[in-house]
Design a protein around this ligand. Sequence first.
Ligand SMILES: [Zn+2]
Length: 123
Amino acid sequence: MGDMLFLLVPDEEWEPLKASWLDALVSHVEAEAVRHALNGYSVPLVRALGISPVGALHKIPHAYFLCREVACPSRDQRCNPLSKKCPLCYSLAGPFEGQTLLIANRVVEKWREGGYVIIWTGE
Ligand SMILES: [Zn+2]
């Protein structure tokens, strides 16, 4: 897979986020394509990829911008996940809760690293 970064999430774990705005921003891929990629043949996986990590960050609704650092220079305008001068302090404000919010934030962190988020389905 070269230098591409991925976060692989099994479909069952994604279940609580399926009806959310996040669902359209991740890549839904068959397990077989993931298996091929793990074995060095990434063409089917790359073909199945959706929107780019930066494109996905652009689509996060502004209402969900949140900063978790008191010292952040962007704190007054709410922290922007695309800001270059902002330290890694952005976190998603919602609308999720608990474990679902943790998963959603792992997704956003992977995008900020330049990685794709892949929800894999099937056996
Ligand atoms: Zn911040």
